[in-house]
Design a protein around this ligand. Structure first.
Ligand SMILES: Cc1cc2nc3c(=O)[nH]c(=O)nc-3n(C[C@H](O)[C@H](O)[C@H](O)COP(=O)(O)OP(=O)(O)OC[C@H]3O[C@@H](n4cnc5c(N)ncnc54)[C@H](O)[C@@H]3O)c2cc1C
Length: 357
């Protein structure tokens, strides 16, 4: 079948009750969106799982307003936000399905089958999904973990980095988190005159005992087993309801609950990694685990949007070929000039290294 033919998905497909997905993609950045619309354009049911609350990846979260000038076809540039919106819309129109605020935690092999193919189970923070192929497109960056309960506030007083404030005199600050960075943020705010409460999910903070002592010396309060259940903005102040039924009114919330780290996820997935911690792939973007592909920044040397797009599209087509003609990749590898060339180059390079001067 031609690589150019679009076979749309049936718009009446009951995506909520599929026994399994053809393809599950992790990450709705440039690589994941391009891969998704490519598999959906080939009639494969496609689910994209995204840890954040919206699609776009780095162009959306790190440089939404920057004019990107190196995308072919956009001579006047395009902002990260607009590019993300357009690619997402295109994927949605191709009937790609999305789950947001859901994070990949594991990929298990199962004994279940679908269309005579063994299925994998993609496990996330909210559930699990059976599928035939997985494409990892989750980038390499570390994003600060967000607290969805605060999303609706859009308040300037909610901080995911420790804000550069010289003076909190008389103001109330709630710090969320029990690790070292949360405790350091609490000490900093106390030293600048704030009244500080630290919300810790566990009974005791995990950070350094010295920092805990310092917080107590400076008059801060540490509330163990405390989580925010709801938050409202009332005349410029934030009103928090906690799980223990307390109402706390504050001027700032500093959230320090760690980072969303793709690398931590890779280690759990049991795929071979390169020395720099990125995922190793073969010339077909397949990882050391059969049926799991990796594209974009997750492995790449060249970290660019168009490269992420191109790799997402290529891996999507290889996944499609494997689905429509099982063992396509194995057969291809047996007669593969790319692999032969790589082998040849490796032995030539080794001979050059060992050649006496
Ligand atoms: C400041 C800056 C400026 C840049 N400017 C340009 C430019 O002008 N032009 C250009 O071409 N490139 C630019 N780049 C590079 C470009 O943004 C990246 O190469 C590109 O975003 C990579 O796309 P990706 O889809 O592989 O990864 P990402 O964009 O990182 O997307 C990965 C997605 O996966 C999600 N994710 C991560 N872990 C999980 C998980 N466990 N479960 C579910 N989802 C997960 C993330 O939330 C994210 O949405 C720039 C990068 C930076 C940092």
């Amino acid at each position: 079948m031609s690589d150019f033919k679009v076979t749309p998905l049936d718009k009446d497909t009951d995506f909520d009750n599929l026994p399994f997905w053809d393809v599950v993609i992790i990450g709705a950045g440039p690589a994941g969106l391009a891969a998704g619309l490519t598999t959906a354009h080939r009639g494969l049911t496609t689910l994209v799982i995204e840890a954040k609350g919206e699609p776009g990846g780095q162009p959306q979260f790190l440089y939404a307003e920057k004019k990107i000038i190196d995308i072919p076809g956009f001579p006047d540039g395009i902002t990260g936000e607009e590019l993300s919106e357009r690619t997402f819309r295109q994927a949605r129109e191709a009937l790609v399905q999305f789950r947001f605020q859901e994070e990949l935690t594991d990929i298990e092999e199962t004994i279940e089958t679908g269309k005579d193919e063994p299925l994998k189970r993609v496990v996330t923070t909210k559930g699990s999904y059976l599928c035939r192929k997985v494409i990892l497109a989750c980038g390499l960056l570390h994003y600060p973990r967000k607290l969805p309960v605060l999303d609706a506030l859009e308040a300037k007083q909610v901080h995911y980095k420790v804000p550069r404030v010289n003076d909190y005199d008389g103001e109330n600050v709630v710090v969320v988190g029990g690790g070292d960075s949360a405790l350091d943020a609490a000490v900093m705010a106390l030293q600048r005159g704030a009244q500080v409460q630290v919300f810790v999910r566990k009974e005791h903070p995990a950070g350094k005992a010295k920092s805990v002592e310092r917080i107590q010396e400076l008059g801060g309060e540490i509330l163990g087993k405390t989580e925010i259940e709801s938050a409202q903005l009332v005349v410029g102040r934030i009103v928090l309801q906690t799980n223990s039924g307390r109402e706390i009114v504050t001027d700032h919330v500093i959230v320090q609950i760690g980072f969303l780290s793709a690398k931590e996820t890779f280690q759990r997935l049991n795929v071979a990694l390169s020395d720099d911690g990125s995922i190793s792939i073969d010339p077909y973007y397949e990882t050391s685990r059969k049926g799991i592909f990796a594209v974009g920044d997750v492995h790449g040397d060249i970290k660019l949007i168009v490269v992420a797009w191109a790799e997402g599209i290529q891996a999507a087509i290889y996944a499609f070929k494997e689905i429509t003609s099982p063992y396509w990749l194995n057969e291809r590898r047996l007669h593969d000039h790319k692999l032969a060339l790589i082998g040849e180059k490796v032995s030539r390079a080794a001979a050059e290294v060992h050649r006496p001067n």
